[in-house]
Design a protein around this ligand. Sequence first.
Ligand code: SF4
Ligand code: SF4
Length: 306
Amino acid sequence: MLKLNERLLKIDTARRIIQFLSFLLFCGTIFGLATIPLMLPVMWTLGTSQKTVGDAFAALQWMLYDLVFPWIPLASFLIAAVLLGRALCGWVCPFGFVQDILEFVKRKHKDFPERTHQSMLYVKYLVLGVAVFVSVTLSASLALGVGRQYERALGIFAPAPFNVLSPADTLFAVVPRLISDLRYAVLTKSFWEILGEASTASVILWVRFLILFGVLALVVYVPRAWCKYLCPHGAALAFLNHFSFLGLKRDPVKCTKADCRLCVEACPMKVRILDMPWEKFTDPECIYCLKCVDACPTKAIKPKAP
Ligand code: SF4
Ligand code: SF4
């Protein structure tokens, strides 16, 4: 067990404090900041009226649906990725924060076998591709005046296809709304009336909950499983991470890699740190959590920019 002062000196402690403060900012009503618009490529929600920080991917889908070129969300992705890589995932994203909290539920984590892990990394690109494809094709057909049937066929998926099933939307918007409805119902209705209404909940609502609980259960066992395998923001940032100024370097003189590997074991994103070029590496999956920096007993790993 680490002593308290050793724990406080860890970068991870600072990271968790920043994650928590960012989360408070996201729930901006606490400070009455509800009118500050800030658009970031992180998993948040379209569904709360009080939000101070916009979700760039949700906004991108909405703007395409409204036939507006989504230059603000695109700029948000590009600027964040070039300046910070996927650091927002490690330090700011509310859904990343939730996953890091769930890490504490189980002491022993599991990992998929390497080949399964490598194949599953591509699933998030598929999620991103499908959502963008639906949004772009719908937008183009509406702009050409031939998209009404397509829109009707998509139903509630038309405005923002990903967000209808996004676990972040379910957690940060649907669940609080249901809790507030339930509190009102408890005061005004009988138990059987409430049960009757619950049984008529839409299929989409049940699917939403199934996805949310499936994802939360998975991340208890596999750290940051959503970020590694499923997140469309993560996919876009992973692609753009190649162009990031930010990276890590590993001092080959200080590193005793043959009998250590503590950095690799600490990495929640399974980055193959020891196979990377030592001068500088910017792996697409790296979220700059700096757990590898904390874990290295010889202080061989450091952030590097540019
Ligand atoms: S990959 Fe997605 S969920 Fe994970 S931290 Fe990044 S934006 Fe958030
Ligand atoms: S390589 Fe280091 S900074 Fe990057 S995700 Fe892994 S532990 Fe975090």
